[in-house]
Write a protein that binds this ligand. Structure first.
Ligand code: DAH
Length: 342
């Protein structure tokens, strides 16, 4: 019994030196492991005189229980302390410190597209999607450009083996959108277009347009002028004057080229507007009755306007980029100038 007391005192003393998981585990092995002090003492029971065996057994069991529960409690306490320490350390990380990561930015096209969409949405237009792979019918026939019509020559087209094509103009979505609404509508549809172009500073084989349509009863050229003027004035954050010149597009009648006062010189004349004071910005017109008919609209009942904004040209005017090829280049040196945060 004296030995058991000593064992208990030893344990109490050793316990004081425990500081972490490792020293706690060492303590457990030293007392409860295969060759631990308590395990060995329990093995001695048989050597104890029979009259003292019971008392010894009870004593050694009591200390074994005490050692086990003390170690378990301490183990839990250390775990809790570790979590608290981790949390405290985490607080020590200053998340406001600047990092070395480079920040990306939105492509100038994306920024302007979002801006233009917001402007039209605020005027009650919806934003529709078009396809990039289209049928010949939607790209040409449905917008009043039948087979063998000379107007097809203006758009050198990428044909696919299955007879479909990469759309050459956002107008390709007109028929589908007209059919979707089957009545009055106000919609814009931005999209990527493709043409087999000889490339230069103002021609790309892959470029963007933003097309728009408004269809209702009694729509007139006055409505077209109003919406165009409003949109451009908002994009350039100044009052923009526009003028219409006659222009031919098979899907509009009458058709126009829309010019805006030069945003660089305010109309006085500069190199950008070739001293004319005007920038050619957006072909447009009143939707041709054939286009309405081909979408099952009654042209006696409905009229509308359509426009096809040369979106890349607008991006170039807004950013001052002088070569359309920069826009698809992914050239970081070019794009870094437009630090609009994503
Ligand atoms: N789709 C024409 C093109 O790419 C542009 C265009 C002209 C669209 C007049 C229109 C429009 O909606 O009314 O050359």
């Amino acid at each position: 019994m004296e030995q058991i007391k000593i064992l208990e005192q030893e344990f109490d003393a050793d316990l004081k030196n425990v500081q972490d998981d490792k020293s706690l585990e060492d303590l457990r092995v030293a007392y409860l492991g295969k060759k631990g002090k308590i395990t060995l003492a329990m093995g001695m029971i048989r050597e104890i005189a029979p009259e003292s065996r019971r008392e010894f057994g009870q004593g050694i069991n009591a200390i074994k229980n005490k050692v086990e529960s003390t170690i378990n409690e301490l183990k839990e306490k250390l775990a809790v302390e570790k979590v608290a320490r981790d949390i405290a350390n985490e607080k020590a990380i200053d998340i406001t410190l600047p990092t070395k990561a480079t920040k990306g930015s939105l492509h100038p096209r994306t920024t302007l597209q979002k801006e233009i969409e917001d402007i039209f949405v605020s005027m009650g237009f919806s934003v529709e999607d078009g396809y990039e792979v289209e049928t010949e019918y939607n790209n040409f026939d449905a917008v009043n450009v039948p087979k063998n019509h000379p107007a097809r020559d203006m758009q050198d087209t990428f044909w696919l083996d299955n007879g479909q094509l990469l759309k050459t103009q956002t107008s390709a979505a007109q028929n589908r959108i007209l059919r979707k609404y089957n009545g009055p509508l106000k919609a814009i549809f931005p999209g990527r277009c493709f043409r087999n172009e000889a490339l230069d500073h103002s021609h790309e084989n892959t470029f963007f347009q933003i097309e728009g349509m408004l269809v209702d009863k009694d729509v007139s050229v006055a409505n077209l002028i109003y919406f165009m003027k409003k949109m451009l004035s908002e994009v350039f954050k100044t009052d923009i004057n526009i003028r219409l010149r006659p222009g031919f597009f098979p899907f509009v009648e009458p058709g126009f080229e829309m010019d805006a006062t030069c945003t660089f010189c305010g109309g006085k004349g500069c190199s950008t507007c070739k001293n004319s004071g005007w920038l050619e910005l957006c072909p447009c017109g009143m939707i041709h009755p054939n286009v309405l008919k081909l979408a099952d609209y009654d042209p006696e009942k409905y009229s509308g306007f359509a426009f096809g904004l040369g979106f890349d040209r607008l991006v170039m005017l807004k950013t001052g980029l002088d070569d359309i090829r920069h826009l698809n280049s992914g050239n970081i040196k070019v794009l870094n100038q437009f630090g609009v945060k994503a």
